[in-house]
Design a protein around this ligand. Structure first.
Ligand code: BYC
Ligand code: FE
Ligand code: FE
Length: 472
């Protein structure tokens, strides 16, 4: 069952043709999806051949298939990792019971809501990134953008498959609405905050794939533990796609840093802006902005939703089976800081209510490693500059810290006036954003890169440096 059937209108490894009703429903959704893609996706490049990977199986080496595709012809489909017979629910109140092959009635609403929220982010990100192709710093980067876009499109397919197969009429309605909401639209916005923020330049894109796609990774890890097996199996396969998205962000920012350091070494007395590269301080401001926005995506620190999801066995912790010995998380506390009467105080809450924060802890650890990787670029160049990950209280709009003002590095409370003044040096200013936007000019010659970014260390799929990743 790991092989993917590409002879079908909708490629899949779930034997879709044996369920005619479901097949027909999905085949009715498919043209709406393509219309959405042609309108809200990377519209200007619908006719170009792009060197993309397509999954040929759900095995680890299933990604070996690279070739030129026009994006609207990409074979989006439904790929689940194989079932393991005799699977047991791994956590919560139902720990040890058989996994659910169907939606348990009492958790139907929660599950649908989780799946819709997950599904909503995927087309949202494609919408946010839809104009970036016009200013790509190279064909290599252009191709990576499109790879990310088509895979986010496939992630939408993954969630729509679950809605259509397991949630009847209201599932089908939710699937239609996923194509109706629009990122940043005042009347019909996407569900989560970060997915309504504009992402108009490539520095933002790299920060987004580093920090926001990594939220995706951790949310998917927690859903991959779900007792609702179809959700677990589909998110496991989505995780194999996610690794590339974070690679794009991690190495993208590293290349911007490398190029700036290089220019600074060439002309130590010159202002980096005069040389048309991105000053390291501006990179830090973009990091602060996207990192803090993405921290919001984990929800409130103390959340009865998160306790319910965990107790029900539908959303676990990241690496629940691998990293934890105890899976009920009952009668345990979690020490937490809270924001009360203008003060940061210590508190302890029941562990289940802190599951959003537990997941955020894992996420923060991984981001901090990513920052160290960027700092090695400066060290290698001998440039005395240290990037930092912002304190998790900084610039938050969701949860415990949303009503206060906190120092970007120490997390100390500040009064509003002092904060607003300091924030001019912590978040991108209009001037900085304009400068970055001014650098964004398309470079379309194979093997050439915009002046503000260094070439990658390696080509995609071992290709030569002047490979024509996108035929324009
Ligand atoms: N913006 O109890 P709380 C990805 C709402 S990214 C706006 O803390 P909960 C991707 C919340 O809905 C991964 N609203 O919430 C990356 C609730 O509303 P109600 C996406 C927010 O439920 C890049 C209220 O505030 N996947 O895949 O514990 C490119 C109370 O909040 C926000 C998932 O998120 C926000 N940031 O936690 C492409 C997984 N945060 O009930 C793709 C599924 C909270 O008052 N979702 N609210 O109306 C979940 O697990 C949970 O919904 C959340 C929120 C973790 C997001
Ligand atoms: Fe995704
Ligand atoms: Fe992603």
């Amino acid at each position: 069952m790991t092989g993917i059937d590409y002879s079908q209108k909708i490629p899949n490894n779930v034997d879709l043709k044996s369920d005619k009703r479901l097949q027909r429903a999905l085949e009715r959704w498919q043209p709406d999806y393509i219309d959405w893609w042609k309108e809200m996706g990377p519209t200007h490049f619908n006719e170009n051949d792009v060197y993309l990977r397509t999954a040929i199986s759900v095995d680890r080496d299933g990604w070996a298939n690279f070739g030129y595709v026009k994006m609207p012809d990409y074979r989006w489909g439904i790929f689940l990792t194989p079932t393991e017979p005799g699977g047991k629910i791994g956590f919560g109140d139902h720990e040890g019971e058989d996994v659910w092959e169907n939606v348990p009635g009492e958790y139907r609403n929660w599950l649908r809501r989780l799946i819709v929220t997950q599904g909503d982010t995927e087309p949202a990100s494609v919408e946010q990134q839809r104009l970036l192709g016009l200013t790509a710093p190279s064909l290599y980067d252009l191709r990576n953008l499109f790879q990310v876009n088509v895979e986010e499109g496939r992630h939408l397919w993954a969630m729509v498959y679950l809605l259509h197969s397991y949630f009847g009429k209201d599932g089908r309605e939710e699937a239609s609405e996923l194509l109706e909401r629009r990122s940043g639209n005042a009347d019909s916005p996407r569900i989560l905050t970060t997915f309504n923020e504009p992402c108009h330049d490539w520095l933002s894109f790299f920060c987004f794939t580093m920090f926001t796609d990594r939220d995706g990774k951790f949310q998917l890890l927690s859903l991959a533990e779900s007792g609702f097996e179809p959700l677990a199996r589909t998110t496991r396969f989505m995780l194999t796609e996610e690794a590339h998205h974070m690679f794009v962000g991690q190495t993208g920012i590293a290349r911007v840093i490398r190029r700036t350091c290089e220019a600074m070494l060439e002309s130590p007395d010159k202002d980096p802006m005069e040389m048309g590269v991105v000053p390291l301080e501006i990179i830090q401001h973009y990091i602060n902005y996207w990192a803090s926005s993405s921290l919001d995506l984990f929800g409130a620190e103390v959340s009865s939703n998160s306790a319910n999801f965990f107790g029900a066995g539908i959303k676990g912790r990241a690496y629940e089976q691998k990293n934890y010995d105890e899976h009920k998380a009952i009668d345990q506390g979690y020490a937490i800081n809270r924001w009360q009467d203008g003060k940061v105080v210590n508190d302890e809450v029941p562990l289940r209510n802190a599951m959003n924060e537990v997941l955020r802890d894992e996420y923060v650890k991984e981001n901090e490693k990513g920052i160290q990787y960027w700092n090695r670029e400066c060290e290698k160049a001998g440039i005395d500059f240290k990037f930092t990950y912002p304190h998790r209280r900084f610039n938050r709009k969701v949860g415990e810290w949303a009503d206060g003002f906190f120092h970007v590095n120490t997390g100390e409370p500040m009064d509003e006036t002092a904060y607003k003044k300091a924030a001019l040096d912590w978040l991108p200013t209009q001037q900085e954003a304009d400068y970055v936007k001014g650098l964004m000019k398309a470079v379309t010659e194979p093997g050439k890169y915009a002046n503000w970014i260094a070439p990658p260390l390696r080509g995609i799929n071992g290709q030569e440096h002047d490979f024509e990743y996108v035929k324009l």
